[in-house]
Design a protein around this ligand. Structure first.
Ligand SMILES: O=c1ccn([C@@H]2O[C@H](COP(=O)(O)O)[C@@H](O)[C@H]2O)c(=O)[nH]1
Length: 241
């Protein structure tokens, strides 16, 4: 999947998520992100239902626990046939390495390719004040994100989740093969909602984002298919390779 746009299926039920997908042409294969809300409501069945329609799944559960627990949970995720999944970089090297080990073991159990493991750096809803006061981390958001990217790379992750605002610095620090997948994407006319570090699809393409995650600007649009197609057109037109 070269530079996918993941639609965040942040819906309360499987029925709502599948009704949303039904609006797209039946032969259009999408990349979608299933997060906590939908997965907690429906479990692995919703992953299977979405895959059965031909869509690629990014399972975004942002694991953060002791290494043994994370490894065991990742082993279960590794059996689901998802393409990407997430863990919090703040859990540290031992936990990240355990996540990777568990994921590989699960994929091996099922005879499937291993999902790409992405480490959450600083959530795109985090700003400078939250970093320095609530989290008591000194320095800039960018420095913290780059640090987590270096940690994630040293722990054998495939990439990070970050704001597009930090992608260029990450690629400079750890190389362009390391994925920077970016939520907090907003077309120029869209509301930021609770996102703090945002960028447009065009700007994200120009700084080298390896993939976009977009929810509400598509899922809550009056015409979601048209909203998605517009973003896809904008994103594709701005690519330089
Ligand atoms: O740092 C992060 C990590 C994950 N997300 C997730 O992406 C989508 C964004 O949805 P929007 O409606 O486009 O804001 C959502 O599922 C988040 O859980 C993120 O936003 N930031």
């Amino acid at each position: 999947m070269k530079r996918p746009i993941f639609i965040a299926l942040d819906f309360p039920t499987g029925q709502a998520a599948l009704a949303f997908l039904d609006q797209f042409p039946s032969d259009q294969q999408l990349a979608v992100k299933i997060g906590m809300e939908l997965f907690y409501a429906e479990g692995p069945a919703i992953v299977k239902a979405v895959q059965a329609r031909g869509h690629a799944v990014f399972l975004d559960l942002k694991l953060h626990d002791i290494p043994n627990t994370v490894a065991s949970a990742m082993r279960v995720i590794g059996r689901l046939g998802v393409r990407y999944t997430t863990v919090h970089a703040a859990g540290g090297h031992v936990m990240l390495a355990a996540a990777k080990r568990g994921l590989l073991a699960g994929a091996n159990d099922a005879g499937l390719p291993a999902p790409k493991l992405l480490a959450i750096t600083q959530l795109t809803s985090t700003n400078q004040t939250i970093l320095n006061t609530d989290q008591q981390i000194a320095g800039t958001v960018q420095a913290s994100v780059v640090h987590y990217a270096q940690l994630a790379q040293a722990s054998d992750c495939d990439g990070v989740i970050c704001s597009a605002q930090e992608v260029a610095a990450i690629h400079q620090a750890v190389g362009t093969d390391f994925l920077g997948i970016t939520p907090g994407i907003r077309p120029a006319s869209a509301a930021a909602d609770d996102q703090q570090r945002v960028m447009t699809p065009t700007a994200a393409a120009k700084v080298g984002s390896n993939g976009l995650v977009i929810g509400r600007p598509i899922t809550q649009a009056s015409d979601p298919v048209q909203a998605y197609q517009q973003i896809l057109t904008e994103w594709s037109a701005a690519q330089h390779d």
